[in-house]
Structure formats: C-alpha cells, structure tokens
Design a protein around this ligand. Structure first.
Ligand code: IVH
Length: 673
C-alpha cells in the first residue's frame, strides 16, 4: 500500500478529512474508532503542517476551535459570558504554584472550596423570575446549542426555583449519566444488538444531543450545578455558600464537596477522594479547587481558556498488576480486528476487570506483550482498561511466544488488510462478514445510500438473525412472503419494501458507491468518484495511484478504495448487484455531465455569487463533469470569486491558481438562462 506522503500539502488536506471523520464519530455519533491519544496525534500533526503551510490552512480548521462542535439541528445560543474551561494540575507541587500565582495577585485570606470534577457536559441554565426558560450546552465556549427541551426531561432539575427569585439567574453545571442508568442503558442496547456506549460521558453526550427529547426522557440524564453566575450581586460571596444557595433553591448539587480553609486541607480532600470517588454513582476524573471568596474572582479574571481562580487537579489513571491468560481478536462493526487480553480478574477503579484492550498489532509488538505475561493495566476514560506495560522482571517461560496478529478475519476468513495511514488491521468484507453485516445492511439501505425506506436497524438485524440475508445482495432476492414473515410486517409494508428495493436499482451510481460502506467514502467522495470515472468498472480497475490523483481524494482514501475493490468478497458482491440490475454507470440519474466542458477541472468558490446560490453553482459544476472542493490547493483549477471573497483569494494567488469572476464562470458553462 502507498503511504501518505508525510509533510506534504496533500497530507494536510487528508488530515482535515480524517479529523473531520473522527470528530464526527466522536462528537455526533458517540462511536469513536480511535483513542483520544490517536486523535490528539492527528491534531498535533495537523498543527505542525499548518505551521509549515500557513497559506493552506482552512479557516474552519479544528486547531482553531476551543473544543466541542456546534451541531445543526439545535438552535444556537450565544452565551452571556463565555463558558470557560479549567487549567489542570497533576501533583501537589503544581497545585502549590497555582496558589503561588494567586497569592501574587491577591492578599486576602480566602480559603478554598473543593469539589469533585464531574466527567460530563457543561451546561448553562437560565431562570427568569424563578422559571426555567433556557438551557444550552457549552459548544465552543461562546456559542452553544439550545437543549432546553432535553434538559426539561431531567427529573431532578426544577422547572421552578424554590422561593421568590425575581429577575434573571444563570447557573452552570454538568449534565451526566449516573453509573446506574448507564449500566441499564447498555444492557438494554446489548439485548437489542445496538452498539454500546464506551463510558457514561459518551452516553450523556449522545443523549443530550438527541433531537427527540422523548429518547432523552427514556434514557434518563442527571445534572449537578456548581456555579451561580454573578453570585455577589445576590449577596452570595463564598463558593461554599453559592453551593448551598443552589441547593436551597432546589437545584441538585453533588455530594462530594467541602470548604477547605487552607492548602493542607485541600491536600487532604484530594487524597481522600482519590479512592472514595469510586463509591460515587457518577464518573469523576479529578478535584476542582476554587477560591472560596467570590469577590476575588472578577479581579483575578481569566486567560483565554480558563479562570485564574480555580484549577482542576487531575488524578492519575488507576493501575493494577495482573496476568494475561489469553488474547482474543474481536471484529468490530467497521471490520477492525482488535486484540483483547483476557486477564486474571483484578480490582481496578472500583470494579473487577477481566479484559483489557490492546489496541493493535503495532502496539503489542512495541510493548512486547505476550500471553502469560504479568502486566500493568490502567483504567482511563473507557470502560475497557488498557495494558500499559509488561513487568519484564516477572516474565517466565509461560510467556515465550511473541504474539502475532492473524492474517485473516477470525469471523469470516477474509484476508485482513492494513490500510495506508491506519494502525489497525481490517476485514474489508462489508458484504458478508457476519460481524459487519448488520451495520452494513442498514447503512446500505440508508437515505444517502440505496434509500430503501423501512429497512432500518431492527429489520436488518432480524433478516440476518433468521438467516435470510447472508450478504447484502440477498435483499434483492427476497419474496413478498419472506418480507411478510418478519415481525410487525403486514402485506402492505412488505409490498412497500419490495417497491423501495426495486426503486433502489435506479439510484445513481454515487449513491451505490456511498452505500457500499467503503471506509472514508461518504456522499462527497462517492460523488467525486462517480463523476470522475463514470462507471463502477472503471473505479474497480483504477490503481491506487490514479485514485490519489483525483482532487479531494488523498492517499488514505485512495488506499481504502483500492483495497475494497481488491477484496474478493466485495468483487463477488458487485457481480451479484450488477446481475440484479443496479445502476453501475453514471449515465442514468447521476450527476450526468450533459457535456464534458468541465471534466477534470476542479473549482473552489469564495464570496457571494449574485446570480445563484453557492450550492446551485456547485451542482452546475458537477453537472458539467467538474469537481468542487471547499479549499484552495495546488490541484484547484479555478477559484470563482464572488463578492467579498477573503483568504481563499490570497491562497489562490500564492499557489498560482486562476481566479475567475462569476461572469467568466457562467461563460465557461455557456449558461445563458
Ligand atoms: S467550575 C469557568 N466545577 O470541567 C469554569 N467545573 O475541564 C468553571 N467540571 O468546563 C468550571 N466538574 O465542564 C467546575 N465541580 C466542577 C466541575 C467542573 C466538572 C467541568 C466543567 C469545565 C470542565 C473543565
């Protein structure tokens, strides 16, 4: 496989794609595929390349955001005051220097309030004349999402404050999911064959972002408030009193907090809760130390990210020693082969652990982890702990054989492949590998794919469980009787499904490509491939190098597409789909070049167009066989500059990309209506 050319502008573009892909899995779908550390490594690589190629930096680069994303679908809310984060310290020396910095600026004796740091999602709530009127997520710190309806479903959150509270009050706190709710939610999801949430924080995030608040109510969220904004204006001048104020008004506060007159009591609090936190029904990852005297807060102020009057003391992850009894390979829904160690059960972070993640073959080799080894295991944010290191002093004859990753998928037997730029080995048999088929089938049928309405997760699972579907193309062979035999399916729904399946045969080529679930190939890349090649056979036969030359397709995507079309199970599937009459070329309803004037040309738009919307112009380009990208690169053929174009103009000039006006663009299309 071709390796991504590190340090190149192409790698920079590719990093934007990869980071957007993983950020969406993490933030929107709550189903991360890579560890936080791997994600951070991508971000660091991006930062370095942006430094090297400042002109190629995207204006909406993830490196320019404070954190979190603002989703479409919820109303945006501008926070009255920005919602900041906290600086971290990791030991008592760092804590003492925080205190030293504070003392340089204030001379009063304040004392502290220590609270546990709740691992949830920060929210801001507004009450008007005591009535809950609005709740928003932190978002990027300045603009969050209006999640009022979802917050209303939290039982413990009062919709009316106790007592008479005239005017506007803003309080802030953390939305979370208790261990109790989390465990029963995951049990339910397991019984339904749904993917499990990795930890309570992900579960809370995924739930708070639901657009349907009845799902939120069903799953159940919890909340603790810890911040009364502008407390001194209400006569509250201590954080410890603010917590009591909140609690007296009926707002839930966490049980784990204490007023500490001096730093030595702070140390005692931190030490005591390092172990005791595991008896709490919610996840904590540190303690927050705040100056108790609120009247000092404004004077101390904040940096761009964090206030100077508080600091988070992060606990080290819990570690324990145990023995690896065996190593299993699990195959995930995306085909990733993940090694998992079976451990001699050991107590860690409040629970007994028996399994630990080993990430991938490289990591096992690097750490030289073998069956029979005594190892250190650590619990970080995920429920599954990880193996940190081998205790080589305890290695015995039991651990004489180095571990080898399998060369084939242990579930379906297909060859396991390592894609360019990835550390994991994957089974690419999306079509018929039982470990992937359930997700593969509902993805195939989804709106952006074959658009088979009615064929969702539940029905897909049923079809696979009862053995009627062993590979994706089987759905085209099912009879009306087969469909009608499924749960909650009458003849009418069965007929509708048959009609939707029939209609799917004339879905455009780009939709079929997207439906195949090729890694990194979503709607946009599928459109690029369909427009560029015009039919499936051409894509199938194209080399990885040719694929990588397409504007908008970097080496990682190229490697994934080439590997997909190399897998014999996928080639069989394509034959079967073709035999069933699916649309394999783009000359039906696809983005059909009416004439080829723009073939091979790539466009970027900037500024406002006067004759049409930007999206219309982009469709025009595709209709005439060209491609569209969101940022200017050396591969861009033309930058179309509307009114008030900005940084892209500069970049185009630097790279020698032709800049054309809207009129010139229209002329190219000979577009006179
Ligand atoms: S006070 C100006 N107290 O930790 C920020 N934050 O890593 C004031 N958090 O964004 C925050 N428990 O979401 C505070 N007891 C606690 C907290 C807490 C969790 C979160 C909060 C913040 C993040 C910073």
């Amino acid at each position: 496989m071709m390796d991504a050319a590190a340090d190149s502008p192409a790698r920079l573009e590719e990093l934007y794609e990869l980071i957007a892909h993983h950020a969406s899995l993490y933030y929107d779908k709550d189903a991360p595929e890579i560890s936080d550390a791997e994600y951070d490594a991508l971000l660091r690589e991006l930062l370095d390349l942006e430094k090297k190629y400042p002109l190629l930096m995207h204006t909406n680069s993830p490196t320019q955001r404070v954190g979190g994303t603002v989703l479409d679908g919820f109303k945006k809310v501008k926070h009255i005051r920005p919602m900041l984060s906290l600086d971290n310290v990791f030991n008592s020396t760092e804590l003492a220097s925080f205190w030293g910095r504070v003392q340089n600026n204030i001379h009063e004796d304040s004392g502290f309030t220590c609270e546990m740091k709740i691992d949830g999602l920060a929210v801001s709530l507004l009450y008007e004349d005591g009535i809950f009127v609005r709740g928003a997520t932190r978002g990027n710190g300045r603009v969050g999402e209006d999640v009022t309806e979802n917050l209303r479903t939290i039982h413990e959150l009062p919709l009316r404050l106790k007592g008479s509270i005239p005017g506007q009050v803003e309080v802030r706190g953390e939305v979370l999911m208790s261990w109790k709710r989390f465990n029963s939610l995951n049990e339910l999801r397991e019984s339904r064959g749904e993917t499990l949430f990795a930890n309570p924080r992900n579960a809370a995030a995924g739930t708070l972002r639901q657009l349907d608040s009845s799902i939120v109510a069903e799953r159940g969220l919890d909340i603790f408030l810890y911040y009364l904004v502008d407390a001194p204006s209400r006569g509250v001048i201590r954080q410890s009193d603010a917590l009591s104020w909140l609690s007296d008004r009926g707002l839930p506060i966490q049980p784990a907090w204490e007023r500490c007159p001096s730093l030595s009591e702070v140390d005692t609090f931190i030490t005591r809760w390092q172990e005791e936190r595991f008896n709490l029904d919610y996840v904590t990852d540190g303690a927050v130390v705040k100056l108790d005297d609120l009247t000092l807060w404004d004077g101390l102020g904040a940096t761009a990210h964090a206030p100077r009057w508080a600091v988070a003391y992060k606990y080290p992850p819990e570690e324990a020693q145990t023995k690896i009894l065996s190593i299993d390979i699990s195959v995930g829904r995306t085909g990733a082969l993940t090694p998992v160690a079976n451990l001699d059960p050991v107590r860690l972070g409040g629970t007994i652990v028996q399994r630990a993640g080993l990430h991938n073959g490289d990591e096992i080799r690097r750490k030289d982890i073998r069956v029979g080894d005594v190892v250190w295991v650590r619990k970080a944010a995920e429920i599954i702990p990880e193996v940190v290191a081998v205790d080589f002093s305890a290695r015995s004859g039991d651990a004489s054989i180095p571990f080898q990753m399998p060369t084939h998928c242990p579930v379906c037997g297909s060859e396991a492949v390592r894609l360019s730029g990835e550390a994991v080995v994957r089974c690419l048999n999306r079509a018929s590998c039982p470990a992937q088929l359930k997700e593969g089938l509902s993805y195939f049928a989804s709106r952006e794919g074959m658009d088979i309405r009615g064929l969702g997760d539940k029905l897909s699972r049923q079809l696979i469980d009862c053995g009627k579907v062993k590979t994706l193309s089987d759905i085209y062979d099912l009879t009306i009787e087969d469909w009608a035999a499924m749960d909650r399916m009458g003849t009418k729904s069965a007929k509708n499904l048959i009609a939707a399946i029939e209609a799917s045969k004339s879905r455009p080529l780009s939709a079929l490509i997207a439906a195949l679930g090729i890694r990194y190939v979503g709607k946009r890349v599928a459109e690029l491939l369909a427009a560029h090649f015009g039919n499936m056979d051409q894509i199938k036969e194209s080399s990885e190098e040719k694929l990588a030359e397409i504007e908008g397709v970097g080496p990682v995507i190229a490697s994934s597409v080439a590997a997909f079309f190399h897998d014999s199970a996928n080639l069989d599937l394509l034959e079967r789909l073709k035999a069933r009459g699916l649309n394999f070329s783009s000359d039906k309803k696809d983005i059909r070049p009416e004439n080829d004037v723009l073939r091979g040309k790539s466009f970027v738009f900037t500024g406002e167009l006067s004759s049409m919307k930007r999206s219309e112009a982009e469709t025009k380009v595709k209709t005439f066989g060209g491609s569209v990208s969101s940022s200017v690169s050396a591969k861009t053929s033309y930058l179309v500059a509307g009114d008030r174009g900005g940084s892209k103009l500069k970049k185009a000039e630097q790279l020698g990309v032709s800049v054309i006006s809207e009129e010139e663009f229209l002329k190219m299309l000979d577009f006179s209506d």
